[in-house]
Write a protein that binds this ligand. Structure first.
Ligand code: G6P
Ligand code: MG
Length: 216
């Protein structure tokens, strides 16, 4: 008999692919202030908070900005990003995501969101999936970024389950590490070579099933 009682899902890269919007907004900012920023650099920002993302871009360019300037730049990037996510529709849900959440709920498995994003409520409303989560924990509720397990531990707490009863779904290395640090099982969504610390790695939630969940 499986002990799994809950699934906790990262948002960006697991439920929807917002990395392209993050990239466009950071790229516009970088161009505006004369910094280099490539799609390859964008990989380093996956699962990383907004503030830390800007720090990484500045570090890559060996540029420093005051705290005040950084706040202004991050706000500008976020305004452009929000303009883009406000145009999102349910057509952008990644294959299998909605179906797997519905299957979990039908089987009595609890569901939570565990995301670093402070924009998760906007995205979930646009893709019409908010009602599929029993608990939502995002960047507005945590003070420690992944790989710290805070976001997932708060998710488990909100669902009333222990870490050992949870499976996390993550596309970022920092997120896989956060789940492990929290004592949870983790399904990597992406490349096995990159997410090699996960219990299993799948190309997407369309490859996931309740049977696989109970075999973890
Ligand atoms: C997710 C994304 C990151 C992003 C972070 C913060 O973890 O993978 O790329 O930087 O959320 O997002 P936000 O919407 O708060 O700027
Ligand atoms: Mg992610």
């Amino acid at each position: 008999m499986s002990t799994i009682k809950a699934c906790i899902f990262d948002l960006d890269g697991v439920i929807v692919d917002t990395a392209v919007y993050h990239y466009k907004a950071w790229k516009r900012l970088a161009d505006q202030i004369g910094l280099n920023f490539t799609e390859h650099d964008n990989e380093l920002l996956k699962g990383v908070s907004r503030v830390r993302s800007l720090e990484i871009i500045l570090e890559l360019n060996h540029v420093t900005k005051t705290a005040e300037e950084q706040t202004e730049l991050a706000t500008q990037k976020n305004n452009w990003y929000v303009d883009m996510i406000n145009q999102m529709t349910p057509a952008e849900i990644l294959p299998g995501a909605k179906e797997f959440l519905e299957a979990c709920r039908a089987a009595g498995i609890k569901t939570a969101l565990g995301s670093a994003s402070k924009n998760s409520s906007t995205i979930l409303a646009k893709i019409n999936m908010a009602h599929l989560f029993d608990a939502i924990v995002d960047g507005n509720h945590v003070s420690k970024a992944k790989p710290d397990p805070e976001v997932f531990l708060k998710g488990a707490e909100a669902l009333g389950v222990s870490s050992a009863e949870c499976v996390v779904f993550e596309d970022a290395i920092a997120g896989v590490e956060a789940a492990i640090n929290g004592g949870m099982k983790v399904v990597g969504i992406g490349e096995p070579a990159v997410l090699n610390k996960a219990n299993i790695v799948l190309s997407g939630l369309d490859k996931m099933s309740l049977e696989l969940l109970h075999r973890l």
